[in-house]
Ligand binder design. Sequence first.
Ligand SMILES: NC(=O)CC[C@H](N)C(=O)O
Length: 227
Amino acid sequence: MKFAVIVFPGSNCDLDMYHAIKDELGEEVDYVWHDSTDLSKYDGILVPGGFSYGDYLRCGAIAQTSAIMAEVKKAAEAGKPVLGVCNGFQILTEAGLLPGVLLRNKNLKFMCHTVGLKVENADTIFTNQYTAGQKIRIPIAHGEGNYYCDDETYEKMKANNQIVFTYEGDFNGSRNNIAGIINERGNVLGMMPHPERAVSDLIGGSDGLLLFKSIVKQWRESHVTHA
Ligand SMILES: NC(=O)CC[C@H](N)C(=O)O
């Protein structure tokens, strides 16, 4: 499986994402600069964290106007897996690929530590290697991770099982402790915690690796060729 890691000016988790895919997962991966206009050769799209365009205007607001985002939308429409982590999640909401918005943390501080998460939906292409209700530990590192959406959107997401991860506690003010959501079709996931920073026990935990393994498992199963 071949992944693209999208790089914007100010991305800083692109290296971690690349390392997770290449060295820990053992799959193919390229960095793709934000002005590229072709993602057709990639099977999975990863939008990493960071401070794209210095977080000016709003986190992700400038990045979502980049040329590459038209390609990311095309990939999403084609049903390819698209994962946005942290600033990547913010970019995907700004681009309209996911509902809601990420506000300043309720304590107005940048928060950087490992948190407990609950896997709310283990029946997605991103979470099939977890079990429903599983408790995992993944690092967060954000100033604007306070997820907000209106009541109607929340009810709709809940009914469609689009809430994939919740925090084990109220860390940043997110509505109903939402940490990660998926689109209606189920191929675009945005999450504030960083699975790419939890891919080896050497760096404090490997609970994030199962997310990447889930993507590959689903992709392999749907691309089986029978001789
Ligand atoms: N690690 C990140 O991606 C940070 C995202 C964004 N710059 C924030 O502070 O919320």
